[in-house]
Each structure stands twice: as structure tokens, then as C-alpha cells.
Write a new protein. Structure first.
Length: 153
């Protein structure tokens, strides 16, 4: 069986189970385009590795591709279409997710005071920058009063 019909069968199977599969189908189409029109037994580990890693740094995209292909090859193995998976045995650890930081009132006051100073690198007027910062921060009414008016006096 060639790669493209196997992908079509897998996506149809997943959709029959009620999944929408938009991202999965997109990744598998890109995989078929990268690997070419070959028999599923001819897909080599190095070609899969090149597809998964791409040319950039390790990102969540790498892990997304890996998980989609892992599901695809589990499906092929369970049906006897292939005898082994060409997926790499190991992939790098997923990057840590961004941990949000909440500014204290004192830190927010310093940021807003700094925004009031003229700067050669910022083309916004100081009161515009201060208003934008207050909108982005979205302080409650208590904090907004504490930080004083965003408008110049």
C-alpha cells in the first residue's frame, strides 16, 4: 500500500470515530508531500526524522508531528500494514511552557513611571504608551486608582 492511500484510510477512520482531524490531516498531508509517493514499507527512519525535526529549533510543532505520526503508525501496525515503525526512538524533551508573571503594584508603578519618560527609540507619545500599558495590564479599579491616572496632568 502506498503512503497517501494509507493516510486517507487513517483519516477516514478517525473521522468515523467523530474526530474532526484538521490538524492531524494537515500534518499527514505534509508528511506525504515530504516523503513522496512510496510504499509504506519503504519509509525510512531518517526521512521521518527530517520531517519531524524540520530545520528550526525544538518546538511544540516537533512534538505535534511526532504524536500524529505515532498514532498513524500504531494504526498501520495494528492492521498489519507495516511490521515496524520508522519513528525515531527518542525525541528531545518538550520545551517548558511559559509561566505567567503577575507584576506587583510597585513593579507596575515603576513600569508606568518609566513609560512617562521621553525615549528616542519609542515613537509613541508618553501618555499613549502609558494608556496602552494600563490596557494591557488590565488592572482592577483599585489598582488603577493606586497607579494614578494614565493621562498626563
Amino acid at each position: 500500500m502506498n503512503l497517501q492511500p494509507a493516510v486517507d484510510q487513517y483519516v477516514s477512520h478517525k473521522r468515523s470515530l467523530g474526530m474532526q482531524c484538521k490538524t492531524m490531516a494537515r500534518i499527514l498531508r505534509a508528511f506525504c508531500k515530504t516523503i513522496g509517493d512510496v510504499n509504506i514499507d519503504e519509509v525510512r527512519t531518517e526521512a521521518v526524522r527530517v520531517f519531524i525535526y524540520g530545520s528550526g529549533p525544538v518546538t511544540a510543532t516537533l512534538h505535534g508531528k511526532f504524536h500524529v505520526l505515532r498514532g498513524f503508525y500504531r494504526y498501520l501496525l495494528s492492521r498489519g500494514y507495516v511490521t515496524h515503525s520508522p519513528l525515531p526512538a527518542q525525541i528531545p524533551k518538550e520545551p517548558e511552557r511559559l509561566i505567567p508573571y503577575i507584576y506587583s503594584r510597585e513593579e507596575l508603578q515603576r513600569v508606568l513611571q518609566t513609560a512617562q519618560k521621553e525615549s528616542h527609540w519609542c515613537k509613541l507619545e508618553t501618555h499613549t504608551l502609558r494608556a496602552l500599558l494600563l490596557l494591557l495590564y488590565s488592572p482592577d479599579c483599585e489598582s488603577a486608582r493606586h497607579c494614578a491616572s494614565p493621562w498626563p496632568t
